[in-house]
Design a protein around this ligand. Sequence first.
Ligand code: COA
Length: 476
Amino acid sequence: MAKKKQKKAKAAAKKSSRKVVKLATARKAKSKSNGKHNSLPRTSTKPYGQDGQALTGVRILDFTHVQSGPTCTQLLGYMGADVIKVERPGVGDITRTQLRDVKGEDSLYFTMLNGNKRSITIDSKHPQGMRVLNALIKTCDVLVENFAPGALDRMGLTWGHIHETNPRMIVASVKGFGPGPYEDCKVYENVAQCAGGSASTTGFREGPPLVTGAQIGDSGTGLHLAWGIVCALYQRMRTGRGQKVLCAMQDGVLNLARVKLRDQQRLKHGPLSEYSQYGENIPFGDAVPRAGNDSGGGQPGWILKCKGWEADPDAYIYFITQAPVWGEICDLIGKTEWKTDPNYATPPARLPRLKQIFATIEEWTMTKTKFEVMDICNKVDIPVGPILSMKEIAEEKSLRDTGTVVEVDHPGRGKYLTVGNPVKMSDSITEVKRSPLLGEHTDEILKDVLAFKSAEIAEIKNSGALNAPKKEEKAA
Ligand code: COA
């Protein structure tokens, strides 16, 4: 009986993959009449934003947890992919209960990283759970995971098994390190920031290394992985086969810290003249030092106090003394003589005096609020940036208007803010949807996605593969 069904399922899977090929062929044939670009489909006649989304039709088997993997799959969901999040019965993603702010409800940690997804609970170590997972592998395009090294293999979901089950499937993983001495290590955000070269180059020279508030290890790597997946999907259109996509968090952080590796190589040829330590006559060692708030580019910058700084920890502005607007800066701060004084008139002359120059500019910025500085400077093209608190960002109307900050309603916890799609596309409009409750879509996925019959669903459910063990079972 089971064998018969397996055969049926296999036939159905084959049929569905055949369907894709047929569709592609049909489209090609249709487009032949399109003239010049004859390998492309016809241009949609639907209005922009009304012909699906960029990743409509792509189905993701989301085996991710914590932050790095969920960031990736949420971004894919924002672009229209059908993201099916597999969670452990009764427990779910560990972040559901971490840093809880509302008793008994999914935390913001979870809700803000798992929008636009469906949740199914499956015990991957149960034979019936594996049956469901195998069915999902057949129907999904991409499996995304960020388990500790080896965990997916221990479940039996080796690349060989997945590739054999569905040769088109892309298997995308986040790991802490790539192949090498640390490949087996578990890694969290700050470990990656340290191992990727960010921490050693962040902070003040005289202080210890610092981690950043931006989650460049987790969210940064999730973003890299999303890009890798989309590229693999594109390549699959040509090759017809899936591939493994790996993003090591160390590599992702290093990619974001590449300007510091640039500086490391420049060090061999002399001191880094744009670092304020150069102007202060402090010798450089053999590794890139921490540069405080120095600008990473060739235009010197620093964070300066603004009006109210005594009481407001965020009353600061980032001020860049961009060379082409040096005259405008001198006019604003009342130092017109600096425009022609050979000690100040040229960028090289200013380098040894940056500390004093910024102190003088700060005397001016301290008489204005950060927003006044912003208004005044932008009128004359001086690049400045207010230090915005998270409170200010949460309340910023323009970010709400663009859908970058979105208020979502959740049946358990009520309204919460999340970060919407940071990428805006004219023909792929994002609707931000709330995160799913644990196992909320289990039934609908078994029925509608996997086409299991009622009897099969009952069999799987009765086996206990989809539910948390009852307390007495647990104890036994
Ligand atoms: N059913 C049954 N078992 C499940 C399951 C499910 N649905 N989902 C997960 N598990 C099991 C795994 O099989 C694994 O079991 P095993 O170790 O016996 O093989 C276990 O849960 C734990 O997985 P693991 O990934 O080791 O979790 P952890 O909490 O111990 O470690 C991390 C967490 C983040 C440190 C680790 O996953 C990791 O290093 N990931 C890669 C790097 C990364 O993404 N880090 C950033 C996280 S934001």
